[in-house]
Design a protein. Structure first.
Lengths: 277, 788, 188
């Protein structure tokens, strides 16, 4: 089966943030103006209302050079996604174009996915049900799956003036990433591809200008062991033994015990990028 | 841009302000290995994508470019054949021209102005310019240029620009490398270049280096102004400026030279060059203005045109308003309370108006100048204020012209929101009402407005198509639109509202639609010219002076830089673009290498004998407010030809009180005075707050921490904003001493969703010697932590 | 193999397919209901325009549906931007949808502390009278034996964001009235 990926080549990104507006425009997302960051960066990280964020960092290189680094940050659409594993309702699934999808009608807003995302991406936000009720539901970048279904590119891809964000068949994207990396190395000697295997590779992956830690990224993120235990062993066993309803009752208790926020936090790296415009 | 080998980006930040242009530069980089050089007071988004960033103190462009010019000449890095054939390098200048201690000959100190009759070329008895093709005569332009810029040695240059020597040399080597005929380099600039007391000469300095390197009129070359508004090209072409009429004809003034039509024609029609047609363009324009009331008996209504008697530019306008001379004002999508220099003074000046009409989508700071929120006392302001809701760009239809002179059609996507109306509707209905008020009056005051033809249909909305036809021009006998400005006449048989646009609506009979700006064929017709997409004035030419893309014999300088070339078998210029040259003029014939067809003598000006008010060559002077008092190039600190405004609320700051250099700029997310963008949520959320960018060193000296509120004060006023402490600003070393510079966006004001204090409270009323464009980009201030 | 031609956009407009439930978020429940279960731009009317901001001149497509602007995006056929846009250009949808638009003509009387809403007829009538009064009081027909036909008491500012046809009309009227103070953003 053909698989797809979104490649983000931050080495050609100019930090214009068209991707942020395009995302809100297509997905009709509301604003959430944050406090002054001290720099040009508008949001600390992606949230349930702001599905991608352009993160910026002033970086002095080892040889005394200076770089202003940008990174389009959004859901990685992990091939082996922790959020999918921990969802007690089975509301999170893999889409045909490589996306990790959250079914808003099935989601109950339990937050397990929020706590277990190795990249701190997914969050709860208002969702209006078909009956007009407002509920808290886990939300994040959908990879514009609706557009992909219609043969269109994700809105951030379409709008990017530098073609820093591209989408296509995974093999082609991997090849393109290698080509982009070669070019990038002329300007950024430490440039590298970031496509961490610990989460099965990500369907949104990067050509970075420098080491992941420079961007505050975990060098080798993994699906938390507890998530694997829960999804692959405890949950199926539980459902078989106790039935779905009973399992739902137990979910809150068991899952809160299993997954503590913080467990997934990366080692090393500088996390607070927003400080530096 | 895609075809360039090197882009020198100075006085502009395209990655932030013209993001799509970076797309084309990236292609040049990917496909040709083009180099990007960013020269700027601070490290910008553009710098982050450049091969080299070189620091430049605000207001020292001419020093920097003078250094490049000197470097190119000293090292033989210029395109000799191009210089010889396409520029005025060989022209001999009379002995009257001199330059001494910062002053050119012909200077009147009392008037602060030059008499440029001392800068002319030597001529023979028939008026032909004398030349020395060997470029060795000490009075030839090339030798004078060489001498003038020999003073711009690297050490002197960098001692005031604050650039590091290594960076300067790398820029010089890289950019001057495009003197190779196989290569081209482009200069991209914006308001960081023009908003200075010597802004025009800044641009001249770019043009000179580009002419020396043979980079004008060629693919991937040029001096590219990245302009700020979607139709600032068109609004300039259509002369929303006091000194012009549509198509760059001079506006008549109350001098003997313009006393009547004959005098005007005599004064404004040069011999040689395309401006020889001035009488045809002017009379056709008068016919467009006054229709049947323009007859040969009344000089085609020439006297109806207002004649001015002085400079009426933006600063003059607000000074006059401040002095109570102006009683009424219209603003169409303009917001001077945020965007004007010394904006506190401009806002105060508005209190003297009897009436004011703001036509805008939003209630701007200017529309609200009288409110308590703006800091005013409404009860003491007797101005009648009208706020007329204009509709948005896709709620109406018409054309806009981009900075490449492409005239593109905008269609209407939706009905105007609420009770908004298009500007066309507003001006149309206003004109009809005013004309009605004058009906039946019989006096000389009423006569000019009664004579004005206003024939845009009988409906409530004016017919865009009728306006288009009037702009293009038509034959008054047949009613058919003209094919081009070449057929315009000075006998009153043709009418044309703007000759440079003539040809976009060609040869259409009454009722026949033929608007070429609507064309949408996106096929590349060669070298990214897209000749069938929209329309470019003049006559669909995409690159001006493209004759210079070929060598004197008519062959392209380089095989991958073709634009047009001479095809001897067809006896015609052919190629990827419409020739900006006589299509059948043989390169070996008389005038066959006069590539710069708008110049009287067909050559580009290394030396400007009559184009500038402040000297034939650029010369470095310090900004009006400068951190140094010893200009190393001469004893003259300030451009000697600028007008100095005195009077209230416009004090000049000194370095002892205000030691820090300041500049302002734009952000990607906001636009101009911010009224368009600060009223929208998505872009406001990305840049919600006013801030002051400063170096870590300055912050430390002043005890300022990241995210503190700071006060910035100039001699005009003070503002408060967040501190943005950044590594992207570094102190300059100027003449051995440390000089700090700060920067700030100028988009913010007190109206809208994203609000902040107004940067232009700080800037002075002082303008460029030629254009009166204000010096926003270099002024003095001080910074301190706000008391919290 | 997925066909990703950008040119599909124009073909797509008017398509009736409703293939995927769109996740609609909370800030406009009514709209969310109306549009759920239908591809966002499936029935939209698409109109090309040119970006109103900088002078690069990018092409933009405006999607209109049920009397509202539902999406704006780069024009994929436009040679300058080929479907891409900067954040400002991308967001021009909110030029229409913004709550901050001035809804109808307003007037503020001398000394008043507030606006009052007026109709167009009254506003234009009053402005025309003001123009005539100021013009008539300040108009100079002749000066030092030369016909000058000007008024220096009225100023006209602006126009860089307007269309050519509009600026042509504005400068024609203003010069026709004899104004000398005609300026706009190109100067500053």
């Amino acid at each position: 089966m053909t698989t797809y990926s979104k490649l983000v080549d931050v080495t050609v990104c100019t930090g214009c943030r068209a991707c942020m507006v395009a995302c809100k425009n297509w997905n009709d997302l509301p604003v959430e103006t944050q406090a002054y960051s001290g720099g040009y960066q508008s949001h600390e990280k992606p949230t349930g209302k702001t599905w991608n964020v352009l993160q910026m960092k002033e970086h002095e290189t080892a040889n005394g050079g200076f770089e202003w680094l940008y990174r389009h940050s959004a859901c990685y659409h992990c091939a082996d996604a922790a959020c999918e594993k921990v969802c007690p309702e089975g509301a999170i699934t893999y889409g045909e174009f490589g996306s990790v999808d959250i079914d808003q009608e099935a989601c109950v807003g339990c937050s397990y996915c929020v706590y277990n995302c190795p990249f701190d991406i997914v969050e709860l936000a208002d969702y209006v049900t078909e009956d007009g009720d407002v509920r808290q539901r886990a939300q994040k970048c959908t990879l514009c799956e609706d557009r992909l279904q219609e043969g269109l590119q994700p809105s951030c891809v379409d709008t990017c003036p530098l073609d820093a964000i591209v989408f296509g068949e995974r093999e082609e994207m991997l090849k393109l990433a290698e080509e982009r990396l070669e070019k990038a190395k002329q300007f950024f000697p430490n440039a590298q591809i970031y496509n961490p295997p610990g989460v099965g590779g990500t369907k949104m992956f990067y050509v970075l200008a420098d080491k992941p830690s420079v961007y505050g990224l975990p060098e080798n993120p993994e699906v938390p062991t507890s998530a694997v235990l829960w999804k692959d062993i405890a949950q199926p066993a539980g459902k078989a033994l106790l039935g779905v309803t009973m399992m739902g009752v137990l979910t809150g208790y068991v899952t809160n015990k299993l997954f503590n926020k913080g467990e997934h936090h990366e080692e090393g790296g500088e996390v607070d990028e927003s400080k530096h415009g | 841009m895609k075809h360039t080998d090197c882009a020198l980006i100075i006085g502009g930040n395209p990655a932030a302000n013209h993001p799509i242009s970076m797309r084309h530069l990236q292609k040049a980089r990917d496909e040709r290995g083009a180099k990007l050089l960013s020269v700027d007071p601070r490290y910008t988004h553009t710098s982050s994508k450049s091969d080299l960033y070189a620091q430049l103190r605000s207001g020292t462009d001419i020093a920097f470019m003078g250094g490049l010019i000197n470097y190119a000449i000293e090292n033989g890095l210029y395109h000799e054949e191009y210089v010889k054939h396409y520029t005025n390098a060989s022209f001999l200048v009379t002995d009257d021209y001199a330059f001494d201690e910062g002053i050119f000959s012909g200077y009147d100190e009392g008037d602060r102005s030059y008499d440029n009759s001392q800068w002319v070329f030597q001529t023979d008895d028939e008026g032909n310019i004398l030349k020395d093709e060997s470029l060795s005569d000490p009075r030839c332009v090339f030798q004078l240029l060489k001498k003038h810029f020999s003073r711009y040695d690297i050490d002197t240059v960098i001692s005031i620009t604050g650039t590091s020597k290594e960076d300067f040399i790398e820029v010089a080597e890289t950019f001057c490398g495009t003197a190779d005929p196989n290569k081209t380099g482009t200069i991209m600039y914006a308001m960081g270049t023009t908003q200075h007391t010597k802004g025009s000469q800044n641009v001249r300095s770019y043009a000179i280096i580009q002419l020396l390197l043979g980079n004008v009129g060629r693919p991937g070359g040029g001096v590219n102004a990245m302009r700020g508004e979607c139709n600032v090209q068109g609004s300039t072409d259509f002369a929303l400026l006091f000194h012009l009429m549509p198509g760059y004809l001079s506006a008549p003034n109350a001098s003997e030279n313009h006393r009547n039509l004959e005098a005007y024609k005599a004064a404004e029609t040069p011999s040689g060059g395309y401006w020889e047609n001035t009488p045809n363009f002017l009379v056709s324009l008068l016919k467009a203005y006054y229709g049947d009331k323009a007859t040969s008996e009344n000089d085609f209504g020439y006297d109806y045109f207002p004649k001015g008697r002085r400079n009426y530019s933006h600063i003059s306008l607000f000074e006059a308003m401040f002095d109570g001379e102006i009683k009424g004002m219209f603003t169409w999508g303009q917001n001077p309370v945020v965007g004007g220099p010394n904006s506190r003074k401009e806002k105060k000046a508005m209190e003297n108006l009897d009436w004011f009409v703001s036509i805008d989508l939003w209630e701007t700071e200017t529309a609200a100048f009288w409110t308590e929120q703006s800091g005013a006392d409404p009860t003491n302001i007797d101005t009648e204020v009208f706020m007329l809701p204009a509709c948005g760009p896709y709620e109406k239809e018409g054309t806009v012209s981009n900075s490449g002179r492409w005239m593109q059609y905008r269609y209407q996507a939706i009905e105007p929101k609420n009770d908004a109306r298009s500007d066309a509707w507003i001006v149309h209905n206003l004109a009809n009402r005013i004309k009605k008020l004058y009906e039946g009056e019989n006096n000389p005051v009423a006569e000019p407005i009664q004579a004005l033809s206003w024939d845009f249909g009988q409906g409530d909305y004016p017919e865009i198509d009728l306006i288009a036809r009037e702009i293009n021009g038509y034959d008054l006998k047949t009613g058919r639109t003209v094919e081009s400005f070449a057929v315009l006449k000075d006998d009153g048989s043709t009418s044309c509202g703007n000759w440079i646009y003539s040809g976009f609506y060609p040869d259409a009979g009454p009722g026949e639609e033929k608007n070429l700006s609507k064309r949408r064929d996106d096929e590349d017709t060669g070298m990214d010219n897209y000749l069938n997409w929209s329309y470019a004035w003049p006559l669909n030419r995409r690159v001006l002076y493209n004759r210079a893309s070929a060598d004197p014999q008519g062959n392209p300088w380089a095989s991958d830089k073709e634009a047009i070339w001479w095809d001897a078998s067809q006896s015609s210029w052919v190629g990827h673009d419409v020739p900006d040259f006589g299509a059948d003029v043989d390169p070996n014939s008389e005038g066959g290498t006069d590539a710069f067809i708008m110049r009287g003598y067909g050559k580009a000006s290394l030396y400007s004998a009559d184009g500038m008010t402040d000297g034939p060559f650029p010369e470095h002077y310090e900004p009006y407010e400068s951190p140094i008092s010893d200009n190393p190039f001469s004893k003259v600190d300030l451009n000697p030809a600028v007008k100095i405004w005195d009077g209230k609320m416009n004090d000049r700051g000194s370095v002892s009180e205000y030691p820090i250099v300041a500049t302002n700029y734009r952000l990607t997310e906001h636009w101009q005075s911010g009224s368009m963008t600060r009223n929208q949520e998505w872009v406001s959320e990305l840049m919600p707050y006013m801030f002051i960018e400063m170096s870590e060193e300055l912050a430390e000296e002043k005890g300022i921490s990241e995210r503190d509120k700071v006060v910035v004060e100039s001699a005009r006023g003070s503002i408060e904003a967040y501190a943005m402490v950044t590594k992207r600003f570094k102190p300059f070393k100027v003449k051995g001493k440390k000089v700090h510079q700060i920067g700030m966006p100028w988009h913010y004001g007190y109206q809208g969703i994203a609000t902040g204090e107004i940067a232009n409270v700080l800037t002075p009323h002082i303008g460029d010697a030629n254009t009166m464009i204000p010096e926003y980009k270099a002024f003095l201030c001080d910074v301190r932590r706000a008391n919290s | 193999m997925m066909e990703l031609s950008r040119r599909q956009f124009l073909k797509l407009s008017g398509a009736t397919a409703a293939t995927l439930a769109v996740v609609e978020l909370g800030f406009d429940p009514k709209k969310a209901q109306a549009e759920s279960n239908e591809f966002k731009i499936a029935h939209s009317e698409v109109t090309p325009t040119i970006c109103p901001y900088c002078s690069v001149g990018c092409g933009i497509l405006v999607h209109v549906k049920d009397g509202d602007v539902v999406y704006t995006e780069g024009d994929p056929d436009h040679p300058i931007n080929r479907g891409t846009l900067c954040p400002k250009g991308n967001g021009i949808r909110q030029l229409y949808t913004s709550e901050k638009r001035v809804e109808r003509p307003k007037y503020r009387a001398p000394g008043s502390t507030e606006w009052e809403e007026v109709d167009w007829d009254w506003a234009l009538g009053r402005i025309a009278e003001n123009v005539k009064k100021t013009r008539d009081e300040s108009f100079v027909v002749e000066e030092d034996g030369m016909t000058v036909n000007h008024t220096e008491a009225i100023a006209n500012l602006g126009g860089a964001a307007l269309e050519n046809e509009e600026v042509y009309m504005i400068q024609k009227l203003m010069r026709g009235l004899g104004l000398t103070y005609i300026e706009h953003q190109a100067r500053i």
